[in-house]
Design a protein around this ligand. Structure first.
Ligand SMILES: *Cc1c(COP(=O)(O)O)cnc(C)c1O
Length: 393
């Protein structure tokens, strides 16, 4: 087991890894060094939305890698311009900034919001975020993450951040003022346990942000790129943000992040104010272009909705069979959580042994974020493995 030993010896132990090393992937399936096959219902944590090694994406990045990979943003980059156009034409957006990860996109969005606010009034710099949120691991993104375990021991955090309760309009009313530069929220809290925002809640956030002249920022790093059955989750809600952050599935596995903005928010960042060396390079944006083209093909998102409903109905069958083990099934599209009454890490480990990949979030929620190309038959296979495990608990 050479890879496992080398990782142990030379890689910083920032993750508790499972003793598995994959060598190949295709669609919803992964293969390990021993040739064992796994059904992937996690997709690299909502990243490989088109499945592993999607032929269109793989061909495009191979071709791009042999042609041109990087020139810097001192020059024009054709696939970057194309991806920006695709993102804007398929969303509320007017302008895009490219970076390399979700945390970086949120970091940039915070800087954008602060600049927006302080140009109106030097005291207008506060950010309102939510309890149980997750926005990434950089200092600013961890400062707006409402879960103490991510910031413990890294203080002092960014000041001027207030936390309100998710899905609780009253607590937002208490947190905002004319000093609020932005409200930032995930349409479905991912790391917080797959908790969808209520429609009235997001609508109220829009109204409150407008009233205090603050930006509404949606962190769609996990919910974006078709995950919830719409290209972007906000499209399920009929609420438009001023700013949206993207990453995870935008490159189907090639690192890329983006900030999408409209109106005044789209004009805040001027030459010299924010930058990224790698951001929007040929390789990453070429992948992004293929991803958006595939996901916006007629019928694709309809199928995601259908398969999301199918997965939820199958999990609810399990809930009826095992009422002492499963408390609740919730989610949007193919972002689904099963709240467990038992320790869910044990279920995840047993699933892996039996060739099913899922994970556990917020301590007690089994999370399902399969590739969006998964079939009903594959979903049934995963459910059967899970049923076998629950029977033995
Ligand atoms: C994963 C995630 C991030 C962080 O993205 P990284 O690419 O790991 O920096 C931020 N926000 C949300 C909602 C996420 O799910």
């Amino acid at each position: 087991m050479e890879t496992l030993e080398k990782t142990e010896k030379f890689v910083m132990k920032t993750y508790n890894r499972y003793p598995v090393s994959f060598v190949k992937g295709e669609g919803c399936w992964l293969y390990d060094e021993e040739g064992k096959k796994y059904l992937d219902m996690l997709a690299g944590i909502a990243v490989c939305n088109l499945g592993h090694c999607h032929p269109k994406v793989s061909d495009a990045i191979c071709e791009q890698a042999k042609t041109l990979i990087h020139t810097s943003n001192l020059f024009h980059i054709k696939p970057q311009a194309e991806l920006a156009e695709l993102l804007c034409k398929n969303s509320f957006g007017e302008k895009v900034f490219f970076c390399n990860s979700g945390a970086e996109a949120n970091e940039g969005a915070i800087k954008l919001a602060r600049r927006y606010g302080t140009e109106i009034d030097p005291e207008k710099f506060e950010i309102v975020a939510f309890e149980n949120s997750f926005h990434g691991r950089t200092m600013a993104s961890v400062s707006i993450t409402g879960q103490g375990k991510y910031s413990k021991g890294f203080g002092p955090m960014l000041t001027g951040v207030k936390f309100a309760k998710f899905n609780d309009v009253g607590s937002v009313e208490k947190a905002v003022s004319e000093r609020t530069a932005a409200i930032i929220v995930e349409p479905v809290q991912g790391e917080g346990g797959v908790v969808p925002a209520k429609v009235e809640f997001l609508k109220a956030l829009r109204e409150i942000a407008d009233r205090v002249n603050a930006l509404l920022i949606l962190d769609e790093v996990q919910t974006g790129i078709g995950r919830t059955g719409a290209l972007f989750a906000y499209q399920n809600y009929g609420v438009e943000p001023d700013v949206m952050t993207l990453a995870k599935a935008l490159g189907n596995g090639v690192p890329i992040g983006a900030i999408v903005a409209k109106g005044k928010a789209a004009e805040v960042l001027k030459p010299g104010l924010h930058a990224s060396t790698f951001g929007g390079n040929f390789l990453a944006t070429r992948a992004g272009v293929e991803v958006i083209r595939e996901i916006t093909k007629p019928g694709f998102l309809e199928r995601v909705k259908e398969k999301g409903e199918f997965l939820k109905s199958k999990l609810r069958e399990l809930q009826r069979e095992f009422p002492d083990l499963i408390e609740e099934v919730r989610g949007l599209g193919l972002m689904v959580g099963a709240v467990m009454k038992v320790e869910c890490q044990k279920v995840v480990e047993r699933a892996l042994e039996r060739g099913l990949i899922i994970n556990c979030t917020a301590g007690k929620v089994l999370r399902f974020t399969p590739p969006l190309v998964i079939t009903e038959e594959e979903i049934e296979k995963g459910i059967e493995i899970l049923r076998g495990i629950l029977k033995e608990l």
